[in-house]
Each structure stands twice: as structure tokens, then as C-alpha cells.
Write a protein of this length. Structure first.
Length: 199
């Protein structure tokens, strides 16, 4: 069942209050617009985790730039415009990274001599790197400490000052996201199972 859409009474006044630093106004705006922005953004990025990340960034920036909101005439249009711009910026970044990964994957002059398995491995690695770059900062750090540096869950927990269970949960979420990220691109990569095998 779809979540009930909440609407603010006198949005302009609430945005004006936020412009003055009213935390209660910020909370009202967040709870009203979060469930409205989420499906809008997710249709573009096809990922609940990335949608959450973009929404967090939108509201962080909304608070930081709150002084600009006093004269906003149409709050709903304003927030959806911000959401659109933030999401498009993200998609452009992903597209640029994809082009870079393509150059890395296919730029070698020795490519013509590669076996099919080597080409698949190179493709897989490029896509996985792209997915890892899209992870939230802490999740990406934990993933790299585990998969790149080879640390155990206990070593990562001690290094970052978090629980072993947190490390495990973050890795599970990261691996799920990377799997979905690759599948959504319509390809099955032979190397994915090897690189992403859960430890």
C-alpha cells in the first residue's frame, strides 16, 4: 500500500521559519517531503540505497542553505527542482565514471590478444569499481578494507571503532547493492561471484 502523502499547511510560512533556523520547521518539511521525493528519485536511479543517499544530501544542503528559503514562492516546486538537479548531477557523475572505466577496460593495445575470459574479467572489474564508487562513504570504506586490503571483520571493527556486527551488515548491504547494480545493466559477469564472495 502506498504511503499516505502528507501536506504542509502554509508551506511558505514554514519555509520562512526554516530560513530563520527553526529546527521544528525543518523536521516538518523533512517528514512531509521525504516520502514524496523518494519515489520520484528512485524512478531515475533504480536503487533504494542511492535514493536515500541523495535525499540525505538534499536535506543537508537545505539546512546549510536555509537562509535562501525566505522568499521561496512555491516550496513544492522548489524542492522537486532541487531533487531533479541533484539526481541528474549524480547520473552525470555515474556516466562520466562509466566512460572512464570503459577507457580503462578497453584502452589497452593488447586487448586484441586477450582471451574472452580476460575481457569479461576486465568488464566485470570496471563495473564493480563503478558500483563501489556509488556506495555511501563509510560503506565504501568498509568494502575496500575487506575486499582490497583483506582485513577481517574484527580488524575492520577495531580500526573504525565500530562493532563487528555493523561491519558485517554494511558488507552485506554493499554486496547486495553491487549485485543489483550489475544486474540492472543487463549483464552477468563471470568474475562477480569470485570478487564478491562473502567472507
Amino acid at each position: 500500500m502506498a504511503a499516505q502523502v502528507r501536506k504542509l499547511i502554509n508551506e511558505k510560512a514554514i519555509f520562512a521559519a526554516l530560513a530563520e533556523g527553526d529546527e521544528a520547521a525543518f523536521e516538518k518539511i523533512y517528514h512531509c517531503y521525504n516520502p514524496r521525493l523518494a519515489p520520484f528519485i528512485e524512478k531515475m536511479v533504480h536503487s533504494a540505497d542511492l535514493t536515500e543517499e541523495i535525499i540525505q544530501e538534499i536535506f543537508v544542503q537545505l539546512w546549510i542553505n536555509r537562509h535562501l528559503l525566505a522568499d521561496v514562492a512555491h516550496p513544492t516546486a522548489y524542492l522537486f527542482n532541487v531533487a531533479t538537479n541533484r539526481t541528474l548531477d549524480y547520473l552525470k557523475k555515474i556516466a562520466n565514471n562509466a566512460k572512464l572505466m570503459d577507457r580503462i577496460a578497453y584502452g589497452s593495445t593488447e586487448l586484441v590478444n586477450d582471451t574472452e575470459e580476460q575481457v569479461v574479467l576486465r568488464e566485470s572489474t570496471a563495473i564493480i569499481k563503478l558500483a563501489v564508487e556509488a556506495l555511501p562513504a563509510q560503506r565504501k570504506l568498509i568494502f575496500n578494507l575487506s575486499r582490497v586490503e583483506g582485513l577481517t571483520h574484527e580488524q575492520i571493527a577495531e580500526k573504525l571503532g565500530i562493532s563487528r556486527n555493523t561491519v558485517k551488515n554494511q558488507l552485506v548491504t554493499a554486496l547486495k547493492f553491487i549485485r543489483i547494480f550489475t544486474e540492472k545493466r543487463g549483464k552477468t559477469f563471470v568474475a562477480v561471484a569470485f570478487i564478491l564472495t562473502f567472507k
